[in-house]
Design a protein around this ligand. Structure first.
Ligand code: RUB
Length: 322
């Protein structure tokens, strides 16, 4: 089965982080499915199997951002249920992928609108890594004329904090880049912390870039509001049935050079890319459906993924009967 070059390129770009951030990853996954459908030239009988293969390639790129399987599920559940000739089936994939991308962009706009209302004139804000959703809130507040000062940490080892700082500076926001290790010191000067999400578990725990939980702990200690910007497709339906979110371990060479590694054979390097912040440290989660306390995550899951939860439960029953 021939997989189009453009689809493999998107998979490679997600894997190597040329495409990164949970929202962009999800939209690119939907785009890859759309391109795969458009480019398919084989028999109708093999189309669904081909699309399943493409889905697996996309799903195997990065393990943590739940927006990725949720985007694939959005398109593929519609295709699995669809019937008709090849052009009908292709159309199901193309239109559901487009619908997902539009909804996703719309969700970020809504989050910016709701989040900006929570920012006061003169607020000092801390952010971590680079989150389109979190940055959108800050830029929207700035556009509304609120004077905000932002401390963005570097986010080692990949320095996504530099992307955040550049975007904020270009939008005219007062931004200062600080090392990750300065965050407990800086948080005492802040009114709010705003971060994005790679996944929200059914108990309201946040999975986000490594260092988020340390920042949340410092904010908790200092009594500083800790806000999470998360579109509903970042909520993890499989945590509802007890599955844990897999934490991605990345290459040691993101931390030290290949030469250094070879010169120090006795030293192991561990590079976990994400961590888990308990719901107790989260003041609120800003979604496109509204601002919720972390313990209301289960409401979002039943509202947005109720049908999937039912399917998982049925699958569990069938498997136990086999
Ligand atoms: C990015 C990261 C971001 C979330 C949310 O990690 O942790 O905070 O993905 O981003 P990485 P967004 O750089 O490893 O992908 O709001 O853009 O979806």
């Amino acid at each position: 089965m021939h997989i189009p070059r453009e689809v493999l390129q998107i998979a490679e770009d997600i894997k190597t982080m040329r495409i990164r951030g949970a929202g962009k990853i999800a939209r690119s996954a939907a785009k890859a499915l759309m391109i795969a459908a458009e480019k398919y030239r084989g028999p109708v009988a093999e189309f669904k199997e081909y699309m399943e293969k493409v889905s697996r390639i996309i799903l195997n790129t990065r393990p943590t951002a739940v927006s990725l399987p949720n985007a694939v599920m959005y398109v593929m559940t519609r295709l699995r249920k669809a019937e008709g000739d090849l052009s009908d089936l292709k159309q199901v994939v193309i239109s559901s992928a487009k619908e997902f991308i539009d909804k996703s962009l719309e969700a970020v706009k809504k989050i910016a609108e709701y989040g900006a209302k929570m920012i006061n004139d003169g607020d000092v804000i801390i952010t971590h890594c680079h989150s389109t959703a979190a940055v959108s809130i800050i830029i929207e507040a700035h556009k509304q004329g609120k004077r905000v000062k932002v401390y963005s940490d570097e986010t080692r080892p990949k320095f996504q904090g530099r992307i955040t700082s550049t975007q904020l500076a270009e939008a005219g926001v007062d931004v200062t880049l600080v090392p990750d290790s300065a965050m407990r010191l800086m948080v005492r000067k802040a009114d709010k912390v705003i971060v994005g999400a790679d996944a929200i578990a059914s108990n309201g725990a946040l999975v986000n870039k490594i260092g988020t939980s340390q920042l949340a702990l410092a904010a908790h200690e200092a009594g500083v509001v800790f806000l999470v910007a998360a579109e509903t497709y970042k909520f993890s339906p499989t945590t509802f049935i007890g599955e844990l979110v897999k934490i991605e371990l990345r290459e040691p060479t993101e931390i030290v050079s290949k030469e250094w590694l070879e010169a120090n054979p006795g030293i192991r390097i561990l590079n976990p890319s994400f961590d888990v912040t308990p719901p107790e440290y989260i003041s609120a989660i800003i979604t496109e459906l509204g601002v919720i306390p972390p313990h209301a995550a289960v409401l979002i899951l039943t509202e947005s993924f109720g049908w999937a939860l039912q399917e998982y439960a049925m699958k569990g029953i069938e498997e136990s009967e086999e």
